[in-house]
Each structure stands twice: as C-alpha cells, then as structure tokens.
Ligand binder design. Structure first.
Ligand SMILES: C[S@@+](CC[C@H](N)C(=O)[O-])C[C@H]1O[C@@H](n2cnc3c(N)ncnc32)[C@H](O)[C@@H]1O
Length: 285
C-alpha cells in the first residue's frame, strides 16, 4: 500500500503540471480533508499507508483540482476571519482581502462607540462579512441581502452553523428594506464585463459571474449603492465599500456627486493596493 508522503509528492507534481500555483499546499489540504485530519497532522503521518477507499476518494478530488476547480469548492469550506464558512458554486469564495473591510467597520464602530448598531451587508454571498460583524460587534443587529437564492441559502446555513442571528433578505440591493442603518457595508461585483475573459480559469470557470461582474465599467453597483443610500443610511451613518485597486477615484467621484458625504477616505490592503472606500454621511445632509 502506498504511503502518505509518496502520494502527496505525486499529487503535488500532478497539480503543478496542471497549472496550480500552489500544488503542494493544495495536495496537502485535500488529503487532510479526505482523511478527516488537520493539515499539520499529515506531517506526523508520512509513513501511514492509504487504504484503497482513501486512495480512490483522494484521486477523485485531485482530478477535480487538476481541472483547476478551487480547493474551497472541493472541500466545501473556506476560512474567513478565523472562522470556517461553508461554500459552494453558488457563492463567491470569501477572499482574505475582504477581512480589511471587516476590520475597517470594526475600527469605526469602536472609535465612534455606537451602541447596538444597525448594520446592513449588501451582496452578502456566503454571509462572510455580515456574519462576522454580527459575531464581533456586541449588540449589533445585522441585515444581509443578496439577489441570489442559492447564495442566501449558503449564508443562512453559515449563520446557523456559527450560531448567530442575521436577518437575511432576498432582493436587488436595497429592495425589500424598510429601515435605516448606522453602517452599510458591501463587497459588490466590481469586475468590468470586458475583463471577465481575462480572469484566471479557476475564477472564470467556477465562480458565479453574478458575483463578479459589475456592468460594462465595473462601477454599476457602486453607482446604485451610493446613489440610493441616503434613503437607507442614518444621519451621520457610514458606508464601507470594497473596491478594485483602480476604482478609488471613480467611486469617490460618484459619492461626491451625491452630495451627502464628507470627502471619501481610502484604505490600502497589505499589498499597498487601494481596497476599501469609506464614506461618512454628514449630519443634516
Ligand atoms: C463579490 S460577491 C461578494 C460576496 C461576499 N459579500 C464576500 O465578500 O465574500 C457579490 C455578491 O453580490 C450578489 N449580487 C449580484 N447582483 C446583486 C444585486 N442586484 N442585488 C443584490 N446582490 C447581488 C451576488 O449574488 C454575490 O453574492
């Protein structure tokens, strides 16, 4: 019977040939998942033989990864803000970059000490942002919306699994909302439609186009989210938007034209790329 280390090496070489950018890591994550182990436990079990049933299951998942299906869709899970979220092909896989958006909201709520804030997460997908905020902000009431019923059912499952209450509403952005919020947060689709073809195959072939494409110039959702926000954002409320690295100036301009916000502020991610736009509604506007 082949041993774990040999299998890992072979799987890593195969995934490298198939174009994975992290072949050994993928091979390890998938093997740990098949064996029901933590990845770190593999290292203490290099000489463990794999039985036929395990080998067959591993071959199947390696074949899927060989076609560049994202590891998270194969295992059905992805870590976000140190918690495990279920994912499937109905939802965008939450990205580490989006943790910055969550951090900015948390920092704001801490420095402005808003008691029991009402928070709205537009375009919630797997629920990663809204659920994390509901878990991190004491007394928060979180509402999360998405137009995709498939995404909302994943988000509901995640909220249930993490034992937190979030009010999920199906609809087109603000449709079906009747109250105002202290904070609106969104990671909307923001890829320009002409860029779709240029995306990596693991994204283009597997992640939902509905979650990624934001109209011809990628700004369609920012226009609607910002322009319609005065009806849903409380006096002195704040909005946090994840953006593509080249979109800060255009998003700031959209906000300026609406005329109710202070000057837009932009936060960069760890790679130094513009990643979050912060808009503060001015009292009385
Ligand atoms: C970029 S994904 C973000 C998912 C999640 N918030 C995250 O950060 O991982 C965008 C989400 O917007 C949703 N969406 C697309 N069009 C929408 C619309 N018109 N109204 C509400 N949600 C929409 C998609 O279904 C998708 O779940």
């Amino acid at each position: 019977m082949p041993q774990l280390l040999t299998i890992l090496q072979k799987a890593g070489e195969f995934l490298h040939e198939k174009g994975s950018l992290s072949p050994r890591l993928d091979a390890e994550v998938l093997l740990a998942d098949v064996l029901g182990m933590q990845r770190i436990e593999l290292y203490a079990n290099y000489d463990r033989p794999l039985v036929k049933k395990e080998l067959d299951a591993y071959r199947q998942v390696i074949a899927r990864r060989g076609k560049l299906e994202p590891v998270a869709y194969i295992t059905g899970k992805k870590e976000f803000y140190s918690r495990e979220f279920s994912v499937n092909s109905q939802v965008l896989i939450p990205r580490p970059d989006t943790e910055l958006l969550v951090e900015k909201v948390l920092g704001y709520l801490e420095s402005f000490t808003i008691p029991n804030p009402d928070i709205l997460d537009l375009c919630t997908g797997s629920g990663a942002i809204g659920i994390t905020l509901a878990l991190e902000v004491e007394g928060a009431s979180v509402t999360a919306t998405d137009i995709s019923p498939g995404a909302l059912s994943v988000a509901r499952e995640n909220a249930e699994g993490l034992a937190v209450k979030v009010d999920f509403i199906e609809g087109d952005l603000y449709a079906n909302l009747t109250k105002k919020f202290d904070v609106i947060v969104a990671n909307p689709p923001y890829i320009a439609s002409k860029e779709w073809e240029t995306l990596e195959p693991n994204v283009k072939l597997y992640e939902p186009q509905l979650a990624l494409v934001g109209g011809e110039d990628g700004l369609a959702f920012y226009r609607r989210i910002i322009e319609e926000s005065p009806k849903y954002l409380k006096d002195a409320g704040a909005m946090f938007l994840e953006i593509g690295e080249t979109q800060a100036a255009e998003v700031a301009k959209i906000a300026e034209n609406v005329g109710v916000f202070a000057k837009a502020m932009v936060a960069k991610d760890l790679a130094g790329k513009n990643r979050v736009v912060f808009l503060k509604r001015q009292r009385g506007n």
